[in-house]
Design a protein around this ligand. Sequence first.
Ligand code: GLA
Length: 357
Amino acid sequence: MKQLLSLLLATTVTLGASAQTTNGKGLKDLYKNYFTMGVAVSPRALKTDEAGLILQHFSSMTPENAMKMGPIHPKENEYNFRDADSIVAFAQRNQLKLRGHTLCWHSQTPSWIFKDDAGNTVSKAVLLQRLKDHIFTVVNRYKGSVYAWDVVNEAISDKPDEYLRPSPWLQIIGEEYIAKAFQWAHEADPKAVLFYNDYNEISPEKRAKMVRLVKGLKSAGVPIHAVGLQGHWAVNEPSREQLESTLRDFAATGLKMQITELDISVYPKEHDARPARPEDKDTAFSAIREQQQRDVYKMSFELFRKYRKQLTGVTFWNISDRTSWLDNFPVRNRKDYPLLFDKNLQPKKAYFDIVQF
Ligand code: GLA
């Protein structure tokens, strides 16, 4: 009898849970008075059952890789628009907004871009022209389909005594590559909302450099409209104080902000890739890990709601715990569970924590 009762109870709870998410309301509806809810996607995911989950919960997408310079512009005179086009077509069919990611970054760049035919480093003039051509071609193609662009991604250095990352962009062109990228993106699509996007925004040192950069651009009249806080977080960070001061500092710049790449790893934060250690074998989504993750999700969304005037969107970096880039970073083949939906696409407890307010 007792067993039957608890079985009944469990069934009701499960039904209650799925009813709340299947009666037509998803994250995007529950948050419609706050900010846009988005998700990073691959063209492949849009052909699986994850597509249904996207349509139920999200009203915006970001191509995870398809619009990055390497995949979309593999050779000087060759663009590969296939993957990006298929994501754009899905967005248009289903009336989803689209964030473009990203026009200028030091990583996932095509090998040709910094070199001439003889393999020598190109001049400043050549690289500026290549950047300009790239930005005009890509932004122009998706004009009207992409409402916002991460124009420059991760230009700031993580080293305490260094301001900008010494990427080939900086080394060959100098600091002005950043302003130029914004200027060209704006010329190509004057309606697009232009973002500077970066990670570890919760670190006071890194954040000070981000604020310095975006304020400097703004006061120089560069067309920058918003700042993207990637939000690759974990069970042990950010603290409430850390996140509150982060949102406060960026709000004070007068720019709009979005959380552009949210996930909350169930492992303590590590910033650099490393080989596996014996203790990495324990990859269970244990009750402790689940609770720690719920706490960070709940606290984060409390603060996101508080800053809704400046915060215009939250985008999750991947759809469900089925696959995430964190399964291979910082440790290869260590399963992570950083999202709100489990491997079977069912909402996790953290989902209910953030929608009950
Ligand atoms: C950075 C980039 C993203 C993505 C993640 C890892 O945050 O902005 O495009 O590559 O790293 O998936």
